[in-house]
Design a binder for this molecule. Structure first.
Ligand SMILES: [Fe+2]
Ligand SMILES: [Fe+2]
Length: 331
C-alpha cells in the first residue's frame, strides 16, 4: 500500500497570467492526473486573496479528482483586496477547506501523517550587521516587506513565529505518538492495547533521537538556512530576515520527519540532512521564468512527486527533470 504525493508551492494564480489568462490551475490539474497523484500538496501562496485561493483549490480538485492538502502562505492572508481586514480573518476563512493542514494533522495512507501550518519569521536569517530594531521596521532603502502593510495580526512578528512553533510542535508530538502506537501495534497487538500510550510517551520523551518518522512536515516559510538567498547583496542581507526561521527545520529534525516541505523563497531545491529530505518546490512568478514563458514546462519541472511507501518516501523521477538535491556533508 503506498500513496503518491505531488509537492508544489507558490503557484500565485492571480499573478501568473499569460496574455491576461490564468493558466496555472488547469495545467496543474492536468499534470496531477498525468503523474497519477493521489494527493497534491500546496505549500502556500496560492494567490493574494483568500477567496481566490479557496476557489482555486476547489477547481484543482474538481478538474483532477485528486485530494488537495495545503498550508496558507503569507500572500493568501493579505488584505490588499479587503482594506481593514485582519490576517486572522483570512487565516480563519481558509480553515473552511478540509485540506488545510492548519486545521490539524491529516492521516494519509501507508501510515503517513501530514503536519503543517503557515509559520512566520524571527529575523534569524537576516544579516547580523542589522539590529532587531532594524528588522522590526521591515523596510530597507525604498522597499518595504509587504507583510508589514498587508498581514495585520494582533501581535508582534516574533510572537506570531512563537505561536506557529508551539502549534506545530504539539501536532508533531501527536503524530509521533500515533506512529509509536502503530509501531507497537505491529510488534504485539495485545501489548499495544494496554501499553501503547505509555510506549508513545516514552518515544516522544526521546524526541532528540527520533529518526525516520513517516511524517510530512509543511510550512510556507523557509525551514533551513540553505534555502535562503545565498551570497545576498545588501537588499537580501536585510530581507532574508523575513523568509522564515531555522527553528522550523530544527523541529523537523528533532521529530525525525522524513519529508519537510516549504515555499516562500521561489527556489526549486532539495536538501537531505540525515533522514530528513527538505524540499522547496516553488513555481514562482511568470516574471521569474525563462522567456518565452512556458507554464506547462515550469509546472512539470517544479512538481516533485514521491511514493510514500511502508518505509520510505521514494522520489519519482520526472522526464522533465528533478530539482537539484544537495546532501549535508556531515550527515
Ligand atoms: Fe511566493
Ligand atoms: Fe510567501
Amino acid at each position: 500500500m503506498s500513496v503518491r504525493i505531488g509537492l508544489i508551492s507558490d503557484i500565485h494564480v492571480d499573478l501568473n497570467r499569460i496574455q491576461g489568462e490564468e493558466v496555472v490551475t488547469s495545467l496543474l490539474a492536468l499534470e496531477a492526473v498525468r503523474r497519477k497523484l493521489d494527493i497534491l500538496l500546496l505549500a502556500g501562496d496560492i494567490s493574494s486573496d483568500y477567496a481566490l485561493s479557496l476557489k482555486t483549490i476547489k477547481a484543482l480538485e474538481d478538474a483532477s479528482c485528486v485530494r488537495v492538502l495545503f498550508v496558507p502562505g503569507n500572500h493568501d492572508i493579505w488584505n490588499e483586496n479587503y482594506p481593514g481586514r485582519t490576517a486572522w480573518e483570512s487565516y480563519e476563512a481558509l480553515l473552511e477547506h478540509p485540506g488545510n493542514l492548519a486545521r490539524g494533522a491529516a492521516a494519509l495512507s501507508a501510515g503517513w501523517t501530514a503536519v503543517g501550518d503557515l509559520g512566520w519569521y524571527d529575523f534569524a536569517y537576516g544579516d547580523p550587521s542589522f539590529s532587531r530594531a532594524d528588522f522590526k521596521r521591515m523596510s530597507y532603502g525604498k522597499r518595504t516587506w509587504q507583510d508589514k502593510i498587508k498581514s495585520v495580526w494582533d501581535r508582534s512578528t516574533l510572537d506570531m513565529h512563537r505561536l506557529f512553533m508551539e502549534r506545530l510542535e504539539k501536532r508533531l508530538i501527536e503524530a509521533a505518538k500515533t506512529n509509536a502506537v502503530k509501531k507497537s501495534a505491529n510488534v504485539n497487538f495485545v501489548a499495544a492495547a494496554t501499553n501503547a500510550m505509555q510506549d508513545a510517551d516514552q518515544a516522544v520523551s526521546l524526541d532528540s533521537g527520533a529518526t525516520g518518522q513517516k511524517i510530512i512536515f509543511v510550512t510556507h516559510v523557509v525551514q533551513i538556512r540553505e534555502f535562503t538567498v545565498q551570497n545576498p547583496g545588501p537588499q537580501w542581507k536585510y530581507f532574508n530576515a523575513f523568509l522564515g526561521s531555522p527553528e522550523y527545520g530544527e523541529l523537523a529534525l528533532r521529530y525525525g520527519t522524513k519529508l519537510s516541505v516549504c515555499g516562500h523563497v521561489h527556489h526549486r531545491q532539495q536538501y537531505v540532512r540525515g533522514e530528513t529530505r527538505f524540499v522547496c518546490p516553488c513555481l514562482g512568478y511568470v516574471t521569474e521564468w525563462p522567456a518565452p514563458a512556458d507554464p506547462e514546462k515550469q509546472i512539470a519541472e517544479t512538481l516533485q512527486v514521491f511514493e510514500l511507501g511502508p518505509r520510505e518516501a521514494i522520489p519519482l523521477t520526472n522526464a522533465r527533470g528533478q530539482a537539484a538535491v544537495e546532501r549535508d556533508s556531515n550527515a
